[in-house]
Design a protein around this ligand. Structure first.
Ligand code: PLP
Length: 426
């Protein structure tokens, strides 16, 4: 073996996987089992006491899921990862380790519509208070910090307009406040942006999108960067205080730079229960093998479609960070030099009605609420994903009434442009 470190595409195919030791199976088998036999009573006791690593029950861990976890941790440059049932489950499990009732976290206002809902409504019932900040105004994050702030949450490439967030600037604010920076890296995937390289402490994904990539399996993942000191002044008791159910161990002390991933597994996943099915882990692993190829094609197609739309008379504006005159182009060049992603918005001169009409005339684009599929997708956020927001909040989050969102697939770009042309012209 050479001592060369494997590159990204090699990791996408191989990280975490070995031929199956008993059968020689080369693809990772689907370990479709709920539970695992112990060697003996001592082995069982050591697994339950966290003195040994191993499989107990699929709610807490599964060998197929473990390959997925190791692979995404390698691609993101983290110390460990935990796969869960969905992107939203990842967000709940992460914040449950960080916040006590009455605590606050700061979140960028430009987020996936479902996250805005989850943070505003569901989390309120847990006593977790979200404070919104503007990712285009770094000082708004500084102003939002209070003694109860426990985390900052942003998207690297933000929904719905594909705007690029200045991760390093916000990580400086987080460091100064003594709180971890959580980055939702769903729209970028580690192929385009690796938030840990820019100061993120925790990365979350909806695996449902570009990582799985084929629109067929829900999943989520949490990546621990191993960078944060959880002992800090007792601010994070889930990590720093003795755990009565594990013989009084302190997770931070015992597990060091992967303590957060362990907390998410042995406290979050164990108690909240959103385990990923091994079948979905298998589907997502298969998707990840082609991530670099797909992501580049997604980005190249998106740029061609954005350029076409920018030159079309029915289009008022295009918001795609890959266009040279876009507000986020500087940030795109810095953070995502291979491409600015494949999710973006444009607005139509004809407003709300024109948006609804366009969506109904498109044939190759599927009208649905998802992103990051091989297929090209379209949605009118104001009447769907962001419909719960009032008009001012819609505009602030980039989902005004005239805005249409695209997720560009990996078809031939000429066919995508022809479909848009007929739908805009007719
Ligand atoms: C889809 C999505 C989520 C939620 O993920 P699910 O897998 O649908 O639960 C979170 N963040 C972003 C950016 C997403 O696109």
């Amino acid at each position: 073996m050479s001592d060369r470190l494997p590159g990204f595409s090699t990791l996408a195919v191989h990280a975490g996987a070995q031929p199956d030791p008993t059968t020689g199976a080369r693809a990772t088998p689907i370990y479709q089992t709920t539970s695992f036999v112990f060697n003996d009573a001592d082995h069982a006791a050591s697994l339950f006491g966290l003195q040994a690593f191993g499989n107990i029950y699929t709610r807490i861990g599964n060998p197929t899921n473990a390959v997925l976890e190791e692979r995404v941790a390698a691609l993101e440059g983290g110390t460990a990862a935990l796969a869960v049932a969905s992107g939203h489950a990842a967000q709940v499990v992460v914040l449950q380790q960080l916040l006590q009732p009455g605590d606050e976290f700061i979140a960028a206002r430009k987020l996936y519509g479902g996250s805005i809902n989850q943070f505003t409504h569901a989390f309120k019932s847990f006593g977790w208070n979200v404070v919104w900040a503007d990712p285009d105004d770094i000082s708004s994050f500084e102003r939002a910090v209070t003694p109860r702030t426990k985390a900052i949450f942003i998207e690297s490439i933000a929904n719905p307009a594909g705007s690029i967030t200045d991760i390093e600037a916000i990580s400086t604010v987080a460091r100064k406040a003594g709180v971890p920076l959580i980055v939702d890296n769903t729209l970028a995937s580690p192929y385009l942006i690796r938030p840990i390289d820019h100061g993120a402490d925790i990365v979350v994904h909806s695996l449902t999108k570009f990582l799985g990539g084929h629109g067929n399996s829900l999943g989520g993942i949490i990546v621990d960067a191993g960078t944060f000191d959880w002992s800090m002044g007792g601010k994070y008791p889930m990590l720093s205080e003795p755990r009565p159910e594990y013989h009084g161990i302190r997770l931070q002390e015992t597990f060091g730079n992967f303590a957060f991933a362990i907390a998410c597994r042995v406290l979050g996943l164990r108690d909240l229960g959103p385990a990923l099915s091994p079948f979905n882990a298998f589907m997502i692993l298969t998707g990840i093998e082609t991530l670099p190829l797909r992501m580049q094609k997604h980005c190249d197609n998106a740029k061609a479609v954005a350029e076409f739309l920018a030159g079309h008379p029915a289009v008022a504006s295009v918001s795609y960070a890959g266009l040279p005159n876009d507000k986020y182009n500087q940030l795109a060049r810095k953070y995502a030099p291979k491409g600015a992603g494949a999710v973006f918005t444009f607005s139509l001169k004809g407003g709300y009605d024109a948006g609804v009409s366009l969506v109904s005339k498109l044939q190759l684009f599927s009208h649905l609420a998802n992103v990051g599929d091989t297929r090209s997708l379209v949605i009118h956020p104001a009447s769907t994903t962001h419909s719960q927001l009032d008009d001012a909040a819609k505009v602030k989050s980039g989902a005004g009434p005239d805005v249409v969102r695209l997720s560009i697939g990996i078809e031939d770009k000429e066919d995508l442009i022809a479909d848009l042309e007929q739908a805009l012209g007719a």
